[in-house]
Design a protein around this ligand. Sequence first.
Ligand code: ZN
Length: 110
Amino acid sequence: MRCLCKQKETNELKVEGDVGADAIWCNRCNCNLDIQEVPLSLGLKSELMKWIGKHGDWIDWEKDKIVPNGIKLEDEHNKQGMILTEKVQKELGVKYKVSFSPSTFARVYK
Ligand SMILES: [Zn+2]
């Protein structure tokens, strides 16, 4: 996978939600990878894009606070993220190491 790491190659990836980002990151240098360049099936890519589109649904941006019921929303999102991470790992195979980095907004801003 192309990246900005020293060797310009990475096989350590992570799945993490962030607003306006793609769902796949390099776990070595923390840069955001272009999901279109990651060799995943179209189905999984669109699932990842849908997933990241919901990131932050539990945040009230104006008040910088969690919305009512937000803890549950974030939990659900994290659970789905775990499942997607497993799918990504399966599609990329043993050459890659894929980990999941859950969102912890609800735990920080109660
Ligand atoms: Zn990198």
